[in-house]
Design a protein around this ligand. Structure first.
Ligand code: ATP
Ligand code: MG
Length: 286
């Protein structure tokens, strides 16, 4: 029988949609019927398991799944023998310490001998130890943000993305202790055949990510402006220069990075570029 890789993804939650989207962008089809716990792909040697996110590192460590997509926060907190293969760039959030809004925050020392409620005791205790703070960690599994108002704790350490949950519970964020995003994790003991499938998947993921970070641009310029325009365009390889039907003009094509995008467009206009077209890239194989 053909070897397949088992991929664990979150059944329903903040990782699910983007995980499924990534798999789809990698050209992997599967039937994700509602309520399904397992699904096969008919065009890639993979099988999907839909699980609670907290269980994913454990299942990967035990070999029930071979790889999985999970928040770095959960992967580090569960501390299972798995390794991070690749950062995926979505579900970005941070783990922060927060105190009641009415408390005047004067620095980390304030947490000495205090009670901190959290669902992340391991990450928090590592952090406090590094900072030389001795505090009591009160582990609770959910609704951490209400702990101070019911007298259970002086402060909390919880996931924050916009801060609105903290605000509506009368809390304010005072220290970021950990930054997280979704990661691809893998068992430490993959067979050679499965490792090969993982490499194929990773190749596709990288192509999808590179495409997202880059844009294809086309522009027209008088031939005398070409050297200046080429100077403005970043590395990759040299741009494509194609003569236009109009005498003395050319079309220039290149790929530019999202981060430097507007600056480069401005520089190109200054250098004499006209009719600039910017096109999204579907996949990029570097
Ligand atoms: P499950 O039912 O699978 O156990 P959950 O309720 O524990 O789900 P979610 O709230 O779906 O977990 O969050 C999953 C992961 O998404 C978190 O571990 C974290 O990495 C990330 N995450 C959490 N909150 C946010 C947020 N507000 N914005 C972006 N990412 C987040
Ligand atoms: Mg969970």
């Amino acid at each position: 029988m053909e070897e397949k890789i088992r991929i664990a993804i979150q059944k329903s939650g903040r990782l699910s949609e983007d995980s499924l989207k990534l798999i789809k962008e990698c050209g992997i089809q599967f039937n994700n019927g509602t309520g399904k716990l397992k699904s096969d792909s008919d065009n890639f040697p993979a099988e999907f398991l839909f699980l609670r996110d907290d269980d994913i590192p454990g299942y990967v460590a035990d070999g029930v799944a071979d790889i999985g997509i999970v928040g770095e926060n959960v992967s580090v907190e569960t501390n299972k023998p798995v390794h991070t293969v690749h950062k995926l760039g979505f579900s970005k959030c941070r783990l922060s310490l927060a105190v009641p809004r009415t408390v005047e925050y004067t620095g980390l020392q304030m947490f000495h001998n205090k009670n901190i409620a959290t669902s992340y005791p391991r990450i928090l205790s590592t952090y406090l130890q590094q900072e030389g703070i001795e505090a009591a960690i009160h582990e609770i599994s959910g609704s951490v943000e209400i702990a101070p108002s019911i007298g259970l704790a002086d402060a909390i350490c919880d996931i924050v993305s916009s801060g609105s949950t903290l605000m509506s519970n009368g809390l304010k964020e005072v220290e970021v202790i950990f930054r997280s995003e979704a990661v691809l994790i893998s068992s430490n003991t993959l067979s050679a055949a499965k490792q090969k499938i993982l490499d194929q998947l990773l190749f596709r993921i990288k192509a999808v990510q590179a495409a997202k970070n880059n844009k294809y641009i086309l522009l027209n310029a008088p031939n005398h402006a070409i050297p200046k325009i080429i100077d403005v365009l970043p590395g990759m390889k040299s741009p494509t220069v194609v003569p236009l039907a109009m005498e003395g003009w050319s079309s220039i094509h290149s790929v530019i990075n999202e981060n430097e995008f507007w600056q480069i467009i401005e520089n190109l206009r200054e250098a004499g570029a006209q009719g600039i077209l910017v096109v999204p890239i579907e996949k990029m194989i570097i």
